[in-house]
Design a protein around this ligand. Structure first.
Ligand code: HEM
Length: 482
């Protein structure tokens, strides 16, 4: 066995270390450093020591170290700082927070997932139907604005339920006006997220602070009690927070946190999935064929003409799944962080060992895998069928050094921090794609213009586009099935 203390890359500047090189281009920096120093190295970033493990075969070894490597400590502290709710890592709350945490998995899988997915389908159709132009004229809107508007509202209503709804004197719905403001508040808060994540106190980001508080105002328990069809996830969190005797604003802020988790990655992921579909003739044709197969001939005998998508039908949409996975591969730039709770020695896949000290951060950067040309030839190209095998079924065998990879696509993280909403996220994006392709003729105004992801969010999840692009759309003539 070879014992190795990971090389330490501190840069020239005290405290700052290599922060500037890392922040300006994390992927480029990590690739270069990997080339120079090998698969494991420690970098000084913003005064903290991060040990990066870059060999994909060692990812599961890190994931299995839950005794020595803690995820909650970092995540809960981060959430407390950014969202302003109680510090659940304190001994006062840690026991009851374990219960709150277990609610994710109980309510985002199995029967609850089924219910959530059905509610989302119905909400998506309600939002889409309302936005459909009556005439068959073309409308223009930014694709990002289109996606955010539809997905935010449908997702919000699915989790937090609907309010009784009231009509204002001029006939406009107060609920809808609030929803338009809510999406703007959400985006204003989300725009500041990279700064907040870097440690800037929210008090210094006035717009973000106001936006967060405006969202919290609507998520106070007093108001939530008046909403109908609240998801199990939110209802059970409300009950648990009531039992913990948090103050009312603190409870509302935990719901803002949940809202952010449910939307911040989903909105850009839905954007990229639709964007790439519209840019590629092959993807568009294959996706429309699949959507037509599922919806065509669907007998609509209910009065409100809603379309159904059973779990089996959703699962059978392998082309849409591959499009979504490929869009996630290209746009995901999350960083998985664990904090060492003990001194220990990490033995990597190669047999190489790395001494880790209590308090050190261990970091994995899945984009190194997602854009590795050996695993994915032409890694920056969108190939709609990359995740399909020759039979058109989901492909899951990807190789590096002729070895099959367990972890080849990790937009949802893995191990203890794996996103509990991942199944729902894929369902809702599939539903969004299927419904928009079915109801609308859609075209990008300038399909040849290139669009790059906004790198300032690297490390935080799905990257947003650096700008919006114009979408032309109109109601299809045959959107109602016979
Ligand atoms: C955590 C990705 C959608 C709920 C995470 C993490 C990732 C992720 C990478 C782990 C973060 C970390 O390691 O620090 C995504 C992506 C999504 C998505 C790419 C969409 C494309 C959703 C949705 C929900 C959700 C729709 C809920 C309805 C959560 C929650 C956590 C989480 C609650 C924290 C889990 C914990 O503390 O253990 N997500 N997510 N996510 N996600 Fe998602």
């Amino acid at each position: 066995m070879i014992f190795v203390i990971p090389p330490l890359i501190t840069g020239w500047l005290p405290f700052i270390g290599v922060t500037l090189d890392y922040v300006s281009n994390p992927l480029g920096f990590l690739r270069e450093t990997q080339k120079k120093y090998g698969n494991v190295f420690t970098c000084k970033i913003a005064g903290k020591y991060f040990t990066f493990v870059t060999d994909p075969f060692s990812f599961s070894i890190v994931m299995r170290q839950s005794k020595n490597l803690d995820f909650q400590k970092f995540a809960v502290g981060f959430s407390h700082r950014v969202f302003g709710h109680a510090d659940f890592s304190s001994s006062l709350f840690s026991e009851s927070y374990r219960e709150v945490h277990s609610i994710f998995r109980q309510t985002l899988q199995g029967l609850s997932l089924q219910q959530l997915t059905e509610t989302m389908l119905s909400n998506l159709q309600m939002v889409l139907e309302r936005g459909l132009p009556y005439e068959h004229d073309w409308l223009e809107e930014g694709l990002q604005s289109f996606t955010n508007r539809i997905m935010f509202e449908a997702g919000f209503l699915t989790l937090f339920g609907k309010d009784a709804g009231f009509l204002q004197a001029d006939g406009t719905s107060g609920t809808r006006i609030w929803m338009q403001k809510a999406v703007q508040d959400f985006l204003a808060f989300d725009r500041a997220f990279p700064l907040l994540a870097a440690g800037v106190p929210i008090g210094l980001c006035a717009e973000a602070w106001q936006a967060r508080e405006a969202l919290a105002e609507e998520l106070l328990h007093d108001k939530l009690h008046h909403r109908k069809c609240i998801s199990d996830l939110i209802q059970r969190r409300m009950d648990a927070f009531d039992r913990m005797h948090l103050d009312e604003t603190g409870k509302a802020r935990t719901h803002v946190c949940m809202l952010w988790a449910s939307q911040a990655n989903t909105l850009p992921a839905a954007f990229w999935s639709l964007y790439y579909t519209l840019r590629s003739v092959d993807a568009f044709t294959a996706a429309c064929t699949e959507v037509n197969r599922v919806f065509s001939g669907q007998l609509i005998n209910n009065q409100d003409q809603t379309l159904c998508l059973s779990r089996e039908q959703l699962d059978s949409m392998a082309v849409l799944e591959s499009i979504i996975e490929e869009a996630l591969r290209l746009s995901s730039a999350s960083m998985m962080i664990r904090v060492a709770s003990n001194d220990f020695t990490l033995t990597l896949d190669s047999g190489q060992t790395a001494d880790v000290r209590k308090g050190d951060y261990i970091a994995l950067y899945p984009q190194l895998i997602h854009l590795d040309p050996e695993i994915y030839p032409d890694p920056t190209e969108f190939k709609y069928n990359r995740f399909l095998d020759e039979k058109g079924q989901r492909k899951s065998n990807f190789f590096k050094n002729e070895r099959r990879l367990k972890h080849f696509l990790m937009p949802f993280g893995s191990g203890a921090s794996e996103c509990p909403g991942r199944f729902f996220a894929v369902h809702e994006i599939k539903q969004f794609l299927a419904l928009t392709l079915w109801h609308y003729d859609l075209q990008l105004r300038d399909p040849d213009a290139t669009l790059v992801p906004d790198g300032t969010r690297a490390g935080l999840g799905i990257l947003t586009p650096s700008r919006d692009v114009l979408l032309r759309y109109r109601r299809k003539t045959n959107t109602t099935t016979e």
